[in-house]
Design a protein around this ligand. Sequence first.
Ligand code: ASN
Length: 487
Amino acid sequence: MTYFDQNLTSLHADLVNKKISATELAKATFENMTQVDPKLGAFLNLNEEQALQQATALDQNGIDANNLFAGIPVAVKDNIVTKNLTTTAASKMLENFVPVYNATVVDKLLASNALIVGKTNMDEFAMGGSTETSAFHVTRNPWDISRVPGGSSGGSAVAVASGQVPVAFGSDTGGSIRQPSSFNGIVGMKPTYGRVSRWGLIAFGSSLDQIGPMTRTVKDNAAALNMIAGNDVHDTTSSKQTVPDFTAGLTGDIKGMKIGLPKEYMGDGIDPKVREVIQQAVKQFEDLGATVEEVSLPNSRYGVAAYYIIASSEASSNLQRFDGIRYGFRADDVKNLEDVYVRSRSEGFGDEVKRRIMLGTFSLSAGYYDAYFHKAGQVRTMIINDFNKVFEDYDLIMGPVAPTPAFKLGDELSDPITMYMNDVLTIPVNLAGLPGMSVPAGFADGLPVGLQLIGKAFDESTMYQAGYAFEQATQVYKQTPKVGGAN
Ligand SMILES: NC(=O)C[C@H](N)C(=O)O
């Protein structure tokens, strides 16, 4: 069973009308996964026994017609903790870590009777843009298996793009939902900072991290965000703003909408083929009755530099807990306490994670704090001001998600700066705490290219409206990748 021709509404109708039982659906999903995933490696760990038990119970008790997610198979990134289900963050450090509690997002999924079918591969501790820094295995792009799926939520993106699940959840600190969504031709939403609880998300950059949904269609994405959004007493940074029905108002009518196209997002460094897809998207929006005008985000070019100081500083602090004593991996044959710390961390973390910890520790250290961490905070404010200024006159901002389509496996792994530059167009959005979404826009040499929509804080609704109108007009999402079974 693949999910290319289904969406949440049609699946739900089939379950409610007993065209298929939850157990049949779950079994068919796992059967397909065992055939497809060995070619791609989207999953780190399957949850077959528990999901099938849940499905049996659902069939006995009946599917609730008011609950869109009842019996729906979903995948969860492996940095979101799941009680009694191994959660590794794709690190040797947490290879055998079995959480004793659920992330709030996971509790919400279970409360709505969704079936968590497995945990997806990612860059170690979400640090990377290709899923190649996973301590366990690489994940391949279903459109071309010699290419990366993007990252860090590469496994979640591939699980959806290859038709293995209809919905997956990822996390985005600097682009980790949007860039892999762009590389795989799916819809990925990084909600406003505070929209979704971070409780139970293994922390990377706490002032930047957000969990968000990855789906084939905009409407499914909107429904999935509704399911996970909302205030949570466990996360003081989660917002008390009311959560609107994101699926309401998806009419395809966006006449009069004002959209800004930052000139910095279309200039040097953007692959001309990507630029062409975005120019086509601009035309499409104009045909739909929106106005698209050039705007400027002059400080966005400093985003990557500021991000790698802020995110790495926060990471160096967040990752202190992995000390060989309280959690996870401990080195063998240690001589003394210092040896426990040094060797456990040296052997348990991969190179990219160590690079970030060193970078962050350096920027926070006495004598450098003002020059680096403090300065980066000031740059962050300038970036926020840039966005605020544009949003005085525009409803949305649009541009590419990433400068290129998916690159070849191995091409950027040894060159951190090139890898970091993948997020040049997504990072400013995290620094400003704004919502950003990737919507399939077209193809460059047969590889998917995503359109990024950036909204005002807590205005995901407008983004979904625009994304829906564009999706319905272009129907790009109907194209399916080579691996996954559809063509
Ligand atoms: N985590 C993210 O959002 C991705 C970003 N490429 C990073 O490595 O930090």
